[in-house]
Design a protein around this ligand. Sequence first.
Ligand code: MN
Length: 247
Amino acid sequence: MIDFHCHLDLYADPHANAARCRDSGDYILSVTTSPRAWHGTLKLAIDAPRVRTALGFHPQLAHERHTELPLFEALVGEARYVGEIGLDGGPEHRAHLEVQTRCLQRILTACSRAGGRVMSIHSRGAADEVLDVLEQQPEAGISVLHWFSGTRKQLDRAVKLGCWFSVGPAMVRGLKGRQLLAAMPRNRVLTETDGPFGKGVDGPLMPGQVGPAVAACGATWQIDLTEAQDQLDSNLRTIGGLAIAEP
Ligand code: MN
């Protein structure tokens, strides 16, 4: 299974979880929310080659943590993957959209200078704002919009800009999420849990618990589960092999 956006370090027992990921054979992108979490979270995956760690700066923390931007800039050379980054325009966070935007611009500049990165991007309530910033900095790398919840029009704009998408069980539970999935190019879709924030029917999703998202891909693409997983695996190989500068 592929879980391209999971907060391994935010579960109750990160070490036990990391060990489970190592033994499961799942491919996990372990995202972080602050550059201060980078080294600790990287250590969780030290003997788990299929777990990749991403250097993050969560937009919901931007107004408190902008002093950590120099640390992000210092570490970006060590990280092939960046995330979670982005903007949050939801009601509780909209007031800080300006500082969030300045932070995101600086992060993308750092990624551009590093030769481009694969980035997992949050865009809740701010899809157009995120796309505006991405459009200004095409050298920043490959954007994977995680749990995209914008409009169909915003999705079409993201597709035109070359964005990828990671889709989870919580997203495809609703009709809107499934309609968005149907409009995504199938060679630019990956699965995710967003655990422990992403919830399944029995509570927080565990790393790699993406089954319902794979099933939704199969249903949408009108192919069976094996073929859907083959397509997702092929997408992961593609994004893993894209020509960005190696750290
Ligand atoms: Mn997340």
